[in-house]
Design a protein around this ligand. Structure first.
Ligand code: NDP
Length: 433
């Protein structure tokens, strides 16, 4: 801990897992040493990213890649471009990724990367030059059998394209070094939808277990990016009623539910026009926009935090408990603080932690890697079926691990335990490396 002083996000994520693993450490002390090794990334790369903006001025950003664990396969995890990115954020994401990737049962180690670059207000040309400069350094450390990055916040189809183009040019190889690629050059069907769809599949499994349903239930969704959009779409498919979406400037409430047509407008606004969610009011006569607030105080049955870390704090959780929200399923990584999680548990809410509930994205990235290795492309139906199966498996495994350790129905603790044990046993077998 002293070594990582000041890395608040990383320490928070480690503390959350550490608490859950106490029964494992008590059952066998050998796991304590493994954990000590696991919290130290195998490799951390920090680099300068210089580029020239449209005015001809020099800009300098900082790039990161944290290669956390290769116990189960090549490092795998997304790239985030956001001004809040620093080493602590990337390390927490890489740490979470370790357990998440383990839960998918695909052969993937864990990593995460990104930059403090802010793409907001930047032209396509500026984003391209930034991506090219970023990859000019990163390409030395990655490869289809070494480390396979993907997207995350502000790294979508456009950025993956620019990054791949530059990698190909430098490495002189066309290979599966990145996932989230366009369908026409190696991407997988359902990859864009996978995190959101997967999160709703996870919620559906949890609801089935609790003998309840999503159908007809009001849902709060935060965020309006990739995860939030496809969470909303799948909720609509299952007859649920999503009533909110948000961005960093506030949230929209559509009291009678966001329809497919509304969602189409939001997707076009966010993905093509790169606009702000407040502009939704120019389109809808029934919606309200609440500036600089999160949607958690709106009465609803379920919540799907799908924007960013730390977006559900203790007071939000208390409000949700008071409003009788029955389940929280995390599309984002670590959106709920530990204090918020303790309220969910005390209030007997269903709680699907990010590393289990949002594992669908990386799972389909794993399937994209498999398709690239085969040089083939599976149908939408096949990928969706595999995704749905993997999400059910993650839920079942998390529940089973909780019950093995006498932690009745504690899916959060179960997910940490199941994810950890597989990595830990692999690390032990591979020796102290
Ligand atoms: P996008 O960039 O597509 O969307 C992010 C959304 O969250 C936007 O609506 C954005 O609003 C909002 N947001 C971002 N940062 C903040 C902030 N500091 N405060 C308030 N709102 C914010 O990202 P994704 O949808 O891909 O990612 C969302 C979350 O899901 C992240 O936690 C990510 O790590 C996680 N995740 C993503 C996966 C994927 O496959 N994409 C896989 C697993 C997890 P604005 O436009 O105003 O910035």
């Amino acid at each position: 801990y002293i070594r990582d002083a000041g890395q608040s996000e990383f320490l928070e994520s480690v503390a959350e897992v550490l608490e859950s693993l106490v029964p494992v450490f008590e059952s066998n002390k050998k796991y304590i040493e493994v954990f000590e090794r696991l919290v130290e990334p195998e490799r951390q790369i920090i680099f300068r990213v210089p580029w020239v903006d449209d005015k001809g001025c020099q800009q300098v950003n900082r790039g990161f890649r944290v290669q956390m664990s290769s116990a189960l396969g090549p490092y795998k995890g997304g790239l985030r471009f956001h001004p809040t990115v620093n080493l602590s954020v990337i390390k927490f994401l890489a740490f979470e990724q370790t357990f998440k990737n383990s839960l998918t049962n695909l052969m993937m180690g864990a990593g995460k990367g990104g930059s403090d670059f802010d793409p907001r207000g930047r032209s396509d040309g500026e984003v391209m030059r930034f991506c090219q400069s970023f990859m000019t350094e990163l390409y030395r450390y990655i490869g289809p059998d070494t480390d396979v990055p993907a997207g995350d916040i502000n790294v979508g189809a456009r950025e993956i394209g620019f990054l791949f183009g530059q990698y190909k040019r430098l490495a002189n190889e066309f290979n599966g070094v990145l996932t989230g690629k366009d369908l026409r050059w190696g991407g997988s069907l359902i990859r864009p939808e996978a995190t959101g769809y997967g999160c709703v599949y996870f919620a559906q499994n949890y609801c089935n277990y609790k003998k309840t349903t999503l159908t007809g239930k009001k849902c709060l969704v935060s965020g309006s990016g990739n995860v939030a959009q496809y969470t909303t779409e799948k909720l609509l498919d299952l007859g649920a009623i999503p009533i909110t979406m948000s961005d960093s400037s506030g949230y929209i409430l559509e009291p009678n539910g966001i329809t497919r047509k509304d969602l189409e407008f939001i997707m076009d606004l966010k993905n093509n026009k790169r606009g702000r969610l407040s502009e939704y009011l120019n389109y809808s006569k029934t919606a309200k926009f609440v500036e600089n607030k999160k949607p958690w105080a709106e009465p609803a049955d379920y919540a799907f935090p799908s924007a960013t870390q730390g977006e559900v704090v203790y007071d939000d959780a208390l409000t949700m408990a008071k409003n009788n929200v029955r389940g929280i399923f995390e599309g984002a990584n670590m959106p709920s603080t530990r204090e918020a999680i303790s309220v969910f548990k005390k209030s007997n809410m269903m709680f699907g932690p990010g590393k289990a509930a949002n594992a669908g994205g990386v799972a389909v990235s794993g399937l994209e890697m498999a398709q690239n290795s085969q040089r083939s492309q599976w149908t939408r139906e096949i990928v969706d079926e595999k995704l749905s199966f993997i999400m059910k498996d993650i839920f079942d495994m998390s529940l089973a691990s909780a019950n093995d350790y006498g932690l009745q129905d504690d899916v959060q603790q179960g997910a940490n335990i199941a994810g950890f044990l597989k990595v830990a046993e692999s690390m032990i077998q591979q020796g102290i490396v």
